[in-house]
Design a protein around this ligand. Structure first.
Ligand code: PLP
Length: 356
């Protein structure tokens, strides 16, 4: 028997969640965002499950080429564009679309052969201050792209910093629309949070990521509230039990002290599997379908759970660290992070089971 930990990737959930995104933005085309190994779900696996997407968006040219080699023909958008002028020929040959977010890239584009037809997305910095042209520089950048005979279609894009929280998107929308007005160019703005919360941001292309994996982009909501289904379930088993007496402590540093006699279980899952080490006592864990919490510090290969409310638990009991039956949003909130980080952190040593 192998070590009992596994991550189940539910392909039907990925398909379903793509459908939810499409229904929320019925007049837009969808770039399914599959960066970071499809948020830990596996690049090719996720792309196959979401083959119905109008396009895919990711970071690495290598990964994009893998998609082409596997036969995907839809637009593939490189979210940080290209990093070196030598990449341009591959972009053109394989019909990749590139984000253009700085003047260096604009310069490099002058090396394109006339008629190359490279599709570009001009990224506008509307206030997030990460990537993108300042609004004041956009008219010149648009003109440079329009007059470049190697450039194909031009789309304007921006990215929201607060679509998931109270500050919202209006302040960035204003800046975007000042640039876009009168250009007649296609537009792409919405991430998952904006797709779910702000229909006015949808325009021509939406860019859902986290929602495709069944996780809510909002800290105070879970995916099920939007009809999203968790695509990743990290599961393991109890491989040991301990009977504690009042005053006993658990694990490295003894950060949990039993306030009463109690039973705990030892789970075959630790931070080397991708479980967050900083998860405090009480981080939710489901044991045989019953929600309980962690006790003591998470170690490399193991963590411990309170079995006070699960009297029938035994060695071999099923444990869900996150996913079906234990929403990843709640685990993330308890651990002071977001579902995005937990999914992406899934370690290569965890065997993956595909559920069709
Ligand atoms: C990652 C990313 C997205 C997807 O964001 P989610 O919050 O996961 O929906 C969209 N657009 C850009 C530019 C991104 O980098």
């Amino acid at each position: 028997m192998p070590r009992p930990i596994s991550a189940t990737i539910d392909l039907g959930a990925l398909r379903h969640n793509l459908g939810v995104a499409q229904r929320h933005a019925p007049r837009s085309r969808v770039f399914a965002v599959i960066k970071a190994n499809a948020y830990g779900h596996g690049l090719m696996r996720a792309a196959r499950a979401m083959a119905g997407a109008s396009g895919f968006a990711l970071l690495e040219l290598e990964a994009a080429l893998q998609l082409r080699q596997a036969g995907f023909r839809q637009p593939i958008l490189l979210l940080e564009g290209f990093f070196d002028v030598r990449e341009l020929s591959a972009l053109v040959e394989h019909r990749m679309a590139a984000v253009v977010h700085n003047h260096d890239q604009l310069q490099m584009l002058r090396e394109l052969a006339p008629g190359a037809g490279l599709d570009v997305m001009l990224k506008i910095n509307t206030g997030m201050n990460r990537l993108g042209f300042a609004p004041a520089d956009c008219p010149a950048a648009i003109e440079a792209l329009r007059s470049n005979p190697g450039v194909g279609s031009i789309t304007l894009m921006t990215h929201f910093a607060n679509a998931d929280d109270a500050r919202g998107v209006a302040w960035q929308m204003e800046a975007f629309e000042r640039v876009a007005r009168g250009t007649g160019l296609a537009c792409s703005l919405a991430n998952s949070a904006a797709i779910l919360r702000y229909p006015a941001t949808h325009f021509d292309w939406v860019r859902p990521g986290i929602m495709l994996y069944g996780c809510s982009p909002f800290s105070e909501r879970i995916g099920a509230e939007f009809d999203l289904k968790p695509a990743m379930t990290l599961a393991s088993e109890l491989i040991g039990m301990q009977q504690l007496k009042r005053g006993d402590v658990v694990g490295y540093g003894g950060v949990f002290t039993a306030e009463k006699d109690m039973r705990i279980g030892v789970v075959a899952c630790g931070y080397a599997d991708g479980y967050p080490r900083h998860a405090p006592n009480g981080t939710p864990v489901a044991v045989d379908g019953r929600l309980t919490g962690t006790v003591g510090r998470v170690s490399m290969d193991m963590l411990c759970v309170d079995l006070s409310g699960v009297p029938d638990a035994h060695a071999g009991s099923q444990v869900v660290l996150w996913g079906a039956g234990n929403p990843i949003e709640k685990v993330a909130a308890a651990a002071g992070t977001v579902g995005y980080e937990l999914m992406c952190a899934l370690a290569p040593r965890v065997p993956v089971i595909e559920q069709p």
